[in-house]
Design a protein. Sequence first.
Length: 171
Amino acid sequence: KMMLDSAQGVKYLHNNDILHRDIKPENILVMSLENDVEINAKLTDFGSSRNVNKMVLDMTFTKGVGTPKYMPPEVLNRMHYEKSADVYSLGMTMCECFQWEKAFDPEKYRSWEIAEFISDGQRPSLDNINDELASVVKDCWRQKMYDRIPIEEVVKRLATIYSKPVLHTTQ
């Protein structure tokens, strides 16, 4: 539910032509742990966000914005990026939240190693996530930005999964 709420927050931003540019677990504020409330989590920290209409058309700058392990390949490589960059970051966030662990062990990986790993098209394991959730994550973090699912599809799929009576993880 918290990832669904976060995805709805990204959808709201994108519908208003705003890129968040720093989606990560630390920027999701838990409002409630109760299942019967309307909102459980909210996206926070808009210090890096930008209005698409006020940005130059060739959005390639980051100026240190964002956290490398949540950055899509196009941002890591200082290439043109669009709203799908936020979808990628949400996918990496979901990977960590669904598995209750960091995607990259900070004891093993340095930021530049993570950047190379991502740029080479590799992704962390999703072995501890059920198939439906893993499918959403994989569709969010596709290598090419135009191959990623739009945020509306992320919201729709997460809502469908969340509406099911019981969600089990494979272990």
